[in-house]
Design a protein around this ligand. Sequence first.
Ligand code: MG
Length: 277
Amino acid sequence: MALGESPLVTGQRPRYECLLLDLDDTLYPLSSGLAAACTNNIEDYVNQKLGVKKSRVPGLCRELYKTYGTTMAGLKAVGYVFDFDDYHRFVHGRLPYENLKPDPVLKNLLLSMPQRKIIFTNGDKVHASKVLNRLGLQDCFEGIICFETLNTLSQITENNNDWDMPIVNSTIPATPITCKPSKESIEQALHLANADPQRTIFFDDSTRNIAAGKRAGLHTVLVGTSVRTEGADFALESIHNIREALPEIWEEENEERSKNVVRSRGAVAAIETVITA
Ligand SMILES: [Mg+2]
C-alpha cells in the first residue's frame, strides 16, 4: 500500500465520489426492444448505404462489433467511408423510443445518491438525450460522455489499420473511433469526468466493458444479470436493485448524517435540520 493510501488517511474521504453509468440496456431493460431494433437498423444501413450483400451483413456486423467495440468503429477501421451523423440518424432515428416510459423509481434512486453521476455511452448525443428524456431522467446527471465527446473531429483520422490485426492482451485493434471497451475510451472518460477510478463505480450491461473498466481500476457493476463475470464486483438483474446490492453508496451520507447528529447533540434545531434534510 502506497503512502497516502492507508485506511486512516483514505477514511477521511468518501469511498465513492463518482458514478459512471452506461445508458442503453443499463438504465432501461433489454426487453424494451431498442437493442434489437438498433441491430436491425445497423444491418439495413450496411446493406442499403454501404452496399454489402444482405447475406454477408449479419456476420460482418457481428465480427466488427466483437473486434472493434462497435460496428461503426469496425466499419471505419476496415475502410468504409460514411458520415457519422448520417449513420446515427439512420440507426437511431427509427428506434421505438415510445417503448421507453418514465421511470420515477430510478429517478428517485439516482437523485438520492450523494455521488456525482455521469452518463458514459458509445451512443451519440441526440440518442442519449432522447432516451434520458423518455425515461424522465434528464435532470439526474452532471453530464453525458458520448460519441461526440469521445470523438472530436480532430481526433478522427482516416483508417490505416489492418483488418486481420490480431487481438493481443485483450486490447482492441486500432480504429479511428474511440469507444468502449477500449482502454483509451475509459481513460478519456475518467479524464473528462475528472474522476479517480478508485473512487468511481462503473455500471454497464456489457461484460467486456465491465472487464475493461476493472482493468482501468474502477469499481464495477454488471447490470442485466445476477451472474458476475470477469471483472464484475457486483451483478444486478436490474439497476433498480442497486440499493440492496450496494448500500455503501448511501452509507457515507448516512454516516455523515449520524456524525452531524452526534456533533449537534443537545442542539435541537440542528438535529431537526438533519432529520428533515
Ligand atoms: Mg449498454
